[in-house]
Unconditional design. Structure first.
Length: 210
């Protein structure tokens, strides 16, 4: 049996994923989690074969959670599920150790195949993402400016665009406001912008926030 942990903060979505999985004769859901603490508890408690991880979880950022899971359990395949398009988070997730990336829009059709793929030790990416990765490697397309940001800078950008203060961002990322201010200065320089208003406009135009 393929033993699966589902991590998503929406109970209805977890239920929907569970229904898809339990319909498979060779799959069982051995745990569920709705936040970082629960994820780590389930991963440490259950002998699992794959973790389904939502990238937008309350508390610790999904990318940071992914890195922590891979640090403790480097052989555990993590399949990232996200409401965000592949061009925003997929490459970051793969670099952080994810075995695959699915948008929630396509999850119902691709989830079972994706799980079987990553459990066999392979990566699961869609044809569109493969094309994007190839283009980045060969230089066939211009890389958006926000792709040059570090994970922390990218998280700071999204939080500023969401209207959060430096103190609030610091609490969410477990950083001091001074450190967050440094990340803000760096991303302003990299994006050639000069204010929070311009950062917010950039994030909206590039669909980096809901």
């Amino acid at each position: 049996m393929i033993r699966i942990i589902i991590a998503d903060d929406h109970a209805i979505l977890r239920q929907g994923l569970r229904q898809i999985l339990v319909a498979q004769a060779d799959m069982e859901v051995v745990g569920e989690a709705s936040n970082y603490g629960e994820i780590m508890r389930e991963v440490r408690k259950e002998a699992s074969d794959v973790l389904l991880l939502d990238i937008a979880m309350p508390g610790k950022n999904g990318i940071d959670t992914l890195k922590q899971v891979k640090q403790e359990y480097p052989r555990l395949p993590v399949l990232v599920l996200s409401m965000y398009p592949e061009d925003q988070y997929a490459i970051r997730a793969l670099k952080a150790g994810a075995s695959g990336y699915l948008t929630k829009v396509t999850a119902a059709e691709q989830l079972v195949l994706a799980i079987r793929t990553v459990v066999r030790g392979r990566r699961y990416i869609t044809a569109e993402l493969a094309e994007s990765l190839a283009a980045n490697i060969t230089g066939d397309q211009d890389v958006p400016a926000h792709e040059t940001l570090s994970d922390r800078e990218f998280q700071t950008l999204r939080n500023i665009a969401a209207g959060k203060t430096l103190a609030q961002i610091g609490d969410e990322l477990a950083l001091s406001p001074k450190t967050v201010s440094v990340y803000r200065a760096r991303l302003l320089a990299k994006l050639h912008l000069s204010s929070n208003a311009e950062l917010t406009r950039y994030a909206i135009e590039n669909k980096l926030v809901e």
